[in-house]
Design a protein around this ligand. Structure first.
Ligand code: A2P
Length: 338
């Protein structure tokens, strides 16, 4: 496949490149694109040294599959142009996710939807929804999910390299004075990515404010869950939280079904699900998930109040399955169509 990565210098774009290499994606020609700031830089890949092109100047003709992760504005402008020139675009931004004519696909959960793409665009879900759905999807096949209460613990790489840099800088700035972190008097290290300091802190509002006091991240959990499962009736109650973790999004979820589901039934379903590893005896943490492909599910417990539901904890590498790996898996589905 003549393949392009748009946003190739970003946190997700770089991971897309290494996953294409690791999974031996059938690349006949690879093109890497980013902003004019990066144009001309050379990147060494298993397919040779490749010069980064300025997206604004790049001619998309001949590209068969394009993996986009350069932000929503670039996707809105360039994805239709690439698709119009014949490429299948796998878009990691939120630009097209809720368009009825664009399939929203978690590979391993709703693969069949990827084939119906009248606009030539397949959307990659939000990284938190992706991890959650890797657990909820297989359970929904066992018994229909009625409601999901989900609280996320999202790492800073979900905000791109700039999120990682802000956490590291603030950690360095605050670390020399641990007394101030215990008893107040810390001096504000200055924040540009987040509204409050993320170093040594927890921010109970991941994303930007949207309707009803919820953030856009929270609305993505609601709307994308319903679209992926093709179940608009599912009730989703989201709270998205940013934590000082570099990679790995965790989600604590309470699920209720249209009939009682017990823990052993849930464990059996999740153990058979592709791309899922069940860690029932050691609770999986973001550090365990970083750099691996599987989404880890643990602490699967029956609900305490009204019996028959489940409480569980899911954690996944937001750059891999949460973004780049799923995008490459969708490209593999396209490649397999022949
Ligand atoms: P660049 O590195 O040249 O700015 P991240 O979210 O990890 O920061 O990555 C964002 C990606 O999107 C980078 O590859 C970045 O390229 C790319 N990007 C940002 N703005 C533009 C733009 N105006 N045109 C093309 N690519 C862009």
């Amino acid at each position: 496949m003549r393949t392009a990565i748009v946003g190739a210098t970003g946190a997700v774009g770089q991971t897309m490149l290494s996953i294409l290499e690791q999974r031996d994606f059938p690349v006949s020609e690879l093109r890497l694109m980013a902003s004019e700031r990066s144009a001309g830089r050379k990147v060494s890949t298993v397919w040779g040294e490749i010069e980064i092109e300025d997206l604004a100047e790049a001619d998309p003709s001949g590209i068969e599959v394009a993996l986009f992760s350069a932000g929503g504005d670039r996707s809105r402008e360039f994805a239709p142009r690439f698709a119009g020139a014949g490429a299948v675009v796998v878009d990691n931004s939120s630009a097209f996710r809720m368009e009825p004519s664009v399939p929203l696909v978690v590979a391993g959960v709703n693969d069949a939807a990827a084939a119906d793409r009248p606009d030539g665009i397949i959307a990659n879900p939000n990284c938190t929804t992706m991890a959650l759905l890797m657990a909820v999807g297989p359970l929904h096949r066992v018994a229909r999910v009625r409601s999901v209460v989900a609280t996320s613990y999202q790492s800073v790489s979900g905000s791109g390299m700039q999120g990682v840099n802000e956490l590291l800088r603030q950690t360095d700035a605050l670390r020399p004075n641990p007394e101030a972190l215990q008893s107040g008097g810390w001096s504000d290290p200055g924040s540009s990515v987040y509204r409050r300091p993320i170093g040594f802190n927890v921010l109970p509002f991941a994303g930007s404010e949207k309707d009803g006091g919820y953030t856009d991240e929270e609305w993505k959990l609601v709307n994308e869950t319903r679209k992926i499962l093709d179940a608009p009736e599912i009730l989703v109650e989201p709270t998205c939280v940013r934590v000082p973790v570099v990679v790995g999004h965790g989600i604590a979820a309470t699920l209720r079904f249209d009939r009682p589901v017990d823990v052993s039934e849930a464990v059996a379903a999740l153990e058979q699900a592709p791309g899922v590893a069940v860690w029932q005896h050691v609770p999986p943490t973001p550090l365990d998930s970083a750099g691996i492909d599987d989404v880890l599910v643990g602490r699967i417990r029956g609900t305490v109040g009204e019996p028959g539901g489940l409480n569980l904890w899911v954690v996944g590498d937001n750059l891999r399955k949460g973004a780049a790996l799923n995008a490459v898996q969708l490209a593999e589905l396209v490649a397999a169509e022949g």
